[in-house]
Design a protein around this ligand. Structure first.
Ligand SMILES: [Zn+2]
Length: 392
């Protein structure tokens, strides 16, 4: 609650005092994170996701925001919350997602708990702690300034882990109206670096159709889709160019029906990563230029780049410099990192809106059994987010 209605500028309030403020409210923040983790919200379960989205909307509304729900059919509804600000600067967009990769029931084998100063649980790092940080920081800014010093838009996405098909257009539209985008995805590594570059991500599915035959009676008339697929995979794997930041992973294969049948069909799903947007077209051309070795086999290729890379352009670099300067106020050397995974930050950086990613929790094991955050890192993450909202 805003105790006093004194408007103070950031400079009036010592950064150390701010850190102490967040330290003293850290238990409450951890409780909020735990509450969010204990409501399971996998991307592919609309009912569960909508429950999470509804709770989040009400939590942000309790801080004075106005929620707007964007209906989605296949995934949970996406939730936007607008906060008016004290000046007429363009809003800052705080971007996050409340879907997780864990199916309902995961909590029974992966319960939310604290051990060795860390909070464990499904989605705690990626990225329910990031959403809880937004709540905590908005409240703090209101206390310090007697209201938010500038307009803030919060956008919470329901389908980030599965490619953001229902939310991408909204994310990009909101970003275009914003001064900057701050993405509350997990920090990079245990040292808590922010993310200033992300690879672009895509996937392709190659389907081979061969000619089936009895493997014993008629081996000469068959044309094996599996054999053809194996040769194609060898070609595709040569598209890897780690030096240039291009990686190609044939990660899933399927095909054939029985050992005594020459396979009529075989499929490979390929994950691709690129470092710069320029690489997308070249890789796509190569994938579509695949031709069968066995002329009796046919190839079908589908897919493409879903998220273009988040490149470290001038806007991104400027945001990082600002973040580093804020961290410096409490003698914290904030590092930056380039990472291989994509996020919705790729979309907003891709349309030219200054974006800084990885401002959320610090921990380990995103998408894994030991997923956790370091509790003692939360106060300075909150301080950094508060400073960024004020100054970008
Ligand atoms: Zn995430």
């Amino acid at each position: 609650m805003p105790a006093k209605n004194i408007t103070r500028t950031p400079d009036d309030i010592a950064w150390r005092d701010r850190l102490r403020y967040f330290e003293s409210s850290n238990d409450a923040l951890v409780e909020t994170i735990r509450e969010l983790v204990e409501i399971e919200s996998p991307s592919d379960n609309k009912l569960a996701g909508d429950r999470m989205g509804g709770l989040l909307a009400s939590k942000f509304e309790a801080l004075g925001g106005r929620a707007r729900v964007h209906r989605a059919e296949d995934y949970a509804d996406n939730v936007q919350i607008n906060f008016p600000g004290g000046d007429n600067r363009e809003p800052v967009l705080l971007l996050g997602h409340f879907d997780t990769v864990y199916p309902v029931g995961t909590l029974s084998t992966m319960p939310c708990h604290i051990a060795n100063g860390r909070l464990h649980g499904p989605g705690v790092l990626d990225m329910k702690s990031g959403i809880a940080l937004m709540l905590s920081v908005i409240k703090a800014l209101q206390v310090w300034h007697g209201g938010l010093p500038r307009a803030v838009t919060v956008f919470l996405v329901s389908d980030e882990e599965v490619g953001s098909s229902s939310s991408r257009q909204i994310t990009e539209g909101l970003a275009r109206k914003s001064a900057a985008v701050l993405v509350l995805e997990p920090a990079a590594g245990i040292r808590g670096a922010v993310k200033t570059a992300r690879k672009g991500v895509g996937d392709y599915t190659l389907t081979v159709r061969g000619v089936a035959a009895h493997a014993g009676l008629d081996p000469g008339t068959g044309h094996s889709a599996i054999l053809e697929l194996a040769r194609q995979i060898a070609v595709i794997s040569k598209f890897n160019n780690l030096k240039q930041g291009i990686s190609v992973n044939p990660g899933v294969i399927r095909g054939g029906t029985r050992t005594n049948v020459v396979a009529a069909e075989a499929v490979v799903e390929v994950d691709v990563r690129i470092k710069s947007a320029k690489q997308a077209a070249g890789l796509d051309r190569k994938m579509h230029a695949l031709r069968p070795f066995d002329k009796h086999c046919r190839l079908g290729i589908e897919g493409g780049i879903n998220r273009l890379p988040m490149e470290r352009n001038a806007g991104v670099a400027a945001l990082y410099r600002k973040a580093r300067a804020i961290a410096h106020q409490i003698d914290w050397k904030l590092e930056e990192a380039a990472v291989g995974g994509g996020s919705d930050g790729n979309f907003t950086a891709g349309i030219g809106v200054p974006t800084l990613d990885g401002l959320g929790g610090v921990g380990e094991g995103a998408h894994a059994l030991h997923e956790n955050i370091v509790i003692s890192e939360l106060p300075r993450r909150a301080l950094l987010l508060a400073g960024m909202i004020e100054s970008v």
